[in-house]
Write a protein that binds this ligand. Structure first.
Ligand SMILES: [Zn+2]
Length: 216
C-alpha cells in the first residue's frame, strides 16, 4: 500500500514517463525514469510498456541496490540512476531515453559542442558523450558520472541520453531539449563548417542563464 507522499512521487514519475513517450522520446519500451526517494530511489520497472505504467508498478531500490517488489524488477539500467543520486546531491530526478537524434549523434561518439548558445542549458559549455560500456553495468554508471561532471545531461556512446534535474519536470524537459539540440547539431554537421562559440561567450551565456534564474 502506497502512502500519500509515495503515491504523489510515483504519479509524477508515471506522468514524466508518459510525457516522454508522447513526445516520441522513448521508442518502444526503451528509456526509464526515476526519482530520489528515502535512501534510494523509485524507478520505472523493466519490461512494462509506458502506456501500462501505474504508480504501483514502480520499484524502490535502496542505497545498496536492493529492491523489493512483488512482481516486477527495476529497469535493467538502474545502476547509473542510483550512482547519480549517490554522487550528486543537486539531482533529484533522472530521465534516460534512446531518443532518435541524440542517440544517432551518440553513435558517432560525438558530444554536443557549443554550436548554439542553448547548449548551456545542460549546465556547461558542452554536453559530453560518455564512452561506450555495456548497458546495466557499473562501468557504464562510472563513465556516465564522469560525463555528467558539472552538467545535468550527457550522451552515452552507442546508447542514448541521460538528463537530470532537481525535479522530474526539469529532467524531462531537459531530455527534450537535448534531443532538439542533437537534431540541430546533426543538421549543421551535414551542411559543414559548424561555428563553435568560444569559452568566453559560453561563460557569458551561463552567467545570463543563472542571472535570469532560467531553469527548465
Ligand atoms: Zn538505455
Amino acid at each position: 500500500m502506497l502512502t500519500e507522499v509515495t503515491l504523489a512521487i510515483c504519479e509524477s514519475i508515471v506522468t514524466a514517463a508518459q510525457m516522454l513517450s508522447e513526445q516520441g522520446l522513448s521508442p518502444g519500451t526503451s528509456g526509464n525514469v526515476s526519482s530520489r526517494y528515502k535512501n534510494g530511489m523509485l524507478i520505472t520497472p523493466s519490461g512494462v510498456d509506458y502506456a501500462a505504467l501505474t504508480p504501483d508498478t514502480l520499484v524502490f531500490v535502496d542505497q545498496n541496490g536492493q529492491y523489493q517488489h512483488d512482481a516486477l524488477k527495476p529497469s535493467s539500467e538502474w545502476q547509473f540512476h542510483l550512482a547519480i543520486y549517490q554522487h550528486r546531491q543537486d539531482i533529484n530526478a533522472v530521465v534516460h531515453t534512446h531518443s532518435e537524434a541524440a542517440t544517432a549523434l551518440a553513435c558517432t561518439g560525438r558530444g554536443i559542442p557549443a554550436f548554439h548558445y542553448m547548449v548551456a542549458i545542460g549546465g556547461g559549455e558542452n554536453i559530453r558523450c560518455a564512452p561506450y560500456a555495456t548497458f546495466g553495468t557499473e562501468t557504464l554508471a562510472h563513465k556516465a558520472l564522469e560525463a555528467l561532471e558539472g552538467r545535468m545531461a550527457c550522451l552515452l556512446a552507442n546508447h542514448g541520453v541521460i538528463a537530470c534535474g532537481e525535479n522530474l519536470r526539469a529532467a524531462a524537459r531537459l531530455a527534450n531539449e537535448v534531443e532538439v539540440l542533437s537534431a540541430q547539431y546533426s543538421r549543421a554537421l551535414g551542411i559543414g563548417d559548424v561555428q563553435i562559440l568560444d569559452t568566453q561567450e559560453m561563460q557569458t551565456v551561463l552567467a545570463k542563464f543563472k542571472g535570469y534564474g532560467q531553469t527548465l
